[in-house]
Ligand binder design. Structure first.
Ligand code: AMP
Ligand code: ZN
Length: 135
């Protein structure tokens, strides 16, 4: 993709701070980290997000996330958040698949997203819809 920022980072046309690279993946520091050590894992082959990414890329991303999470923990992180924003409504700004690996520290002030409640019977309706759409 000629016009994709992360494709340009993968091809080294735009500089980044890498932490890992193999034939399928490139992992580098987020330029505006939630905490120092915040890593983005991206497939070298362009896809937009989780919904169109090849399964092999998704599997490799998750395996690498575990390794990077272990490394960050070794380096002092007290916990790790994985976040993947898929679609602009979900907060995706860069339309090239990537997974955020965010090291957490005690009292870093980050909050979890707020939870809603289901109306009576709603959860079963929603679950049935998902089961049907899963095919
Ligand atoms: P998202 O909202 O999931 O699309 O996140 C995109 C992330 O890319 C943000 O956390 C940005 O800080 C990060 N980002 C944008 N440009 C760069 C860049 N040139 N190098 C490293 N990270 C970047
Ligand atoms: Zn791309």
């Amino acid at each position: 993709m000629d016009d994709c920022l992360f494709c340009k980072i993968v091809s080294k046309e735009i500089p980044s701070t890498p932490v890992y690279e193999d034939e399928r993946l490139y992992a580098f520091l987020d330029i505006n980290p939630v905490n120092p050590g915040h890593v983005l894992i991206t497939p070298k082959r362009h896809s937009t997000n989780l919904m169109d990414a090849p399964e092999e890329d998704v599997g490799s991303i998750i395996k690498l996330a575990k390794k990077i999470a272990q490394a960050l923990t070794k380096g002092g992180a007290a916990g790790i958040n994985l976040e993947m924003n898929n679609g602009s409504v979900a907060g995706q700004v860069i339309p090239h698949t990537h997974l955020h690996v965010v090291p957490r520290t005690v009292d870093d002030g980050l909050k979890h997203w707020p939870g809603k409640e289901y109306a009576p019977g709603e959860a079963e309706t929603v679950a049935e819809r998902i089961r049907q759409d899963l095919g």
